[in-house]
Design a protein around this ligand. Structure first.
Ligand code: G6Q
Length: 548
């Protein structure tokens, strides 16, 4: 079916106006934009929910922002935001509401799914998590030998791992240091073995985190955990004391042998990658305690309120999403680097990779049409500063590709140590400055460089970046930051006219792996019907397997 011209993204007048405008902007340097407007560094900033955002070093003018906002209006961003908060089934391929915002709603609020105000259920689960976490943290919950729990192992993958591990690392400063936390996700047995090798089963709690409770990797690790526990306790009754589940699937949980009284539920209107503030965050709550967990939720909630109510032109997630579209579709950026200058955020880029790329890595529109005339999701990557400066920043400064950067920094260190923090922040500001303004050949010559080295030592600059700053990394700020990115991803998906909430692209590999498993393990070595490459890889593995 042909896409009606008046609704296709690239046929929209505002898209075409942006295209024209971008051809002018290609030759406009940030040096000139800053020279022409001395207030630019103050004007292109916003502050909300404790986050200060400087986007003045993006390659934009007032006209760019106005055109992006008119594109957002033409694409119905405001209406789509309303639809999400109203609980419409905007995850159209799975016919589901998308209501992670209800996970951080205050008790008096109402989000309705199938006629039920789900906020009551959200708070009932939060209360149950609180009671459970307190009993572990107080030492009241005892293992099979009567000892309290000292180690917690979260077993999950994808959305049931990346959010919890990122949040645990991010909020480690607030965590109970006498409890050990480990995260097992990979089906590679090494992950489980290394995570548990120094743990005492009698003091270990496993949280099996799986929305479906059928995920191959998680269930394989969960069964290994079960065997590991039984090898030590020799008692089936120990499972109830050492295993809890976070899931939407009570029947699979009880088939596994976990008492559903020790199951913390969530709902199909919570996508995996949007679930770290649901019961999937049980490990986070155990680590930082219920009060800090609720502070994190209040940070999410504050950003939700801002996103829902602020005009598009002063709405941080909206503008952040629009800039991603500008950089991707009009300035040709294929990737975006996220660079936290905060060691505790070391897993933040990995978390954002899933949030962004599993949401918007799509090539089919909401109407099922192939998207052929514009790019969708850029590749997200990054490392905490300043390590990247001594590795891949070379490409960001002098490579042939444009890599827009999001720098994240904090005014206060949680671990003040002599001059460390001043040095860290000096690097954030220096990197953003260097990317924007570069260093001209004349400046290099003026420094006395040999003429043959001038081209090598010249920095073109004009490389876009934004800087986020906040007081210090605390649960509330983390919540606001995460909600900002969640909503930015949503806005990008709205513009690209894709469903940001399904993930069919992960299915084919799973299906093929399920077919290949018996081909590898079965004694009868069934005949192979794959392509010649896959057949010979399997054959090679079989012969190695036989030999060992
Ligand atoms: C996230 C995805 C995916 C999911 C994992 C784990 O949005 O749906 O990453 O979280 O596949 O699924 P389970 O929680 O069902 O084990």
């Amino acid at each position: 079916m042909a896409i009606p011209v008046q609704t296709a993204l690239t046929h929209r007048p505002s898209w075409q106006a942006l295209q024209k405008h971008s051809s002018v902007m290609q030759s406009v340097h940030l040096r000139r934009l800053f020279a022409d407007d001395t207030t630019r560094g103050k004007r292109f900033t916003l502050e909300e929910c404790g986050l200060f955002w400087d986007y003045s070093k993006q390659r934009i003018t007032d006209e760019t922002v106005a055109l992006l906002l008119s594109l957002a209006e033409a694409c119905g961003v405001s209406a789509k935001i309303d639809a999400m908060f109203r609980g419409d089934a905007i995850n159209s391929t799975e016919q589901r509401s998308v209501l992670h915002v209800a996970l951080r709603a205050e008790p008096g609020e109402s989000y309705v799914v199938d006629g039920v105000n789900v906020v009551h259920n959200v708070h009932a689960v939060l209360d149950a998590m609180t009671v459970f976490c307190n009993s572990i943290r107080d030492g009241a919950w005892l293992g099979f030998t009567g000892k309290p729990i000292r180690s917690v192992v979260n077993i999950g993958i994808g959305g049931s791992d990346l959010g919890p591990v990122m949040a645990y690392e991010a909020l480690r400063h607030y965590s109970r240091r006498d409890l050990v936390f480990r995260f097992v996700s990979n089906v590679d047995g090494t992950d489980f073995v290394e995570a548990t090798r120094d743990l005492d089963p009698a003091e270990t709690l496993f949280i099996i985190s799986s929305k479906t409770f059928t995920t191959q990797e998680t269930m394989t690790n969960a069964h290994s955990a079960r065997s590991w526990m039984l090898a030590a306790s020799c008692d089936e009754q120990s499972i109830a004391k050492h295993f809890v589940a976070v899931s939407t699937n009570a029947s699979e949980v009880s088939k596994f042998g976990i008492d559903t009284a020790n199951m913390f539920g969530f709902w199909d209107w919570v996508g995996g990658r949007y679930s770290m503030d649901s019961a999937i965050g049980l490990s986070t709550m155990l680590a930082i305690g219920p009060e800090h967990f609720r502070e994190m939720l209040s940070g999410f909630h504050a950003m939700d309120v801002h996103f829902r109510s602020a005009p598009l032109g002063s709405n941080i997630p909206v503008l952040h999403g629009l800039l991603a579209v500008w950089n991707t579709n009009f300035l040709g950026a294929g990737s975006i680097a996220v660079l936290p200058y905060e060691q505790y955020l070391k897993r933040f880029p990995a978390y954002l990779q899933q949030l962004t790329m599993e949401s918007n890595g799509k090539r089919v529109s909401l109407d099922g049409e192939s998207i052929t005339d514009y790019e969708t999701c850029p590749i997200i990557w990054g490392e905490p500063g300043t390590n990247g400066q001594h590795s891949f920043y070379q490409l960001i400064h002098q490579g042939t590709r444009v890599v827009p950067c999001d720098f994240l920094g904090f005014f206060r260190s949680l671990n003040p140590l002599s001059r460390h923090h001043d040095l860290l922040l000096a690097n954030v500001f220096a990197q953003a400055e260097a990317l924007a303004f570069g260093r001209t050949g004349d400046e290099v010559r003026a420094d006395g460089a040999a003429e043959r080295l001038v081209p090598h030592r010249t920095f073109d600059g004009n490389r876009p970046s934004s800087v986020f700053l906040a007081d210090c990394l605390n649960p509330r700020i983390l919540g606001s930051l995460l909600a900002l990115y969640e909503h930015s991803v949503f806005v990008q998906g709205v513009l690209w006219n894709i469903n940001s909430f399904d993930q069919w692209g992960v299915e084919l590999g799973k299906l093929l792996a399920a077919k290949i498993v018996p081909e590898l393990c079965s004694e009868s070595e069934p005949s192979l019907t794959h392509d010649s490459s896959t057949n010979s890889l399997i054959t090679k593995y079989r012969s190695m397997r036989r030999a060992t």
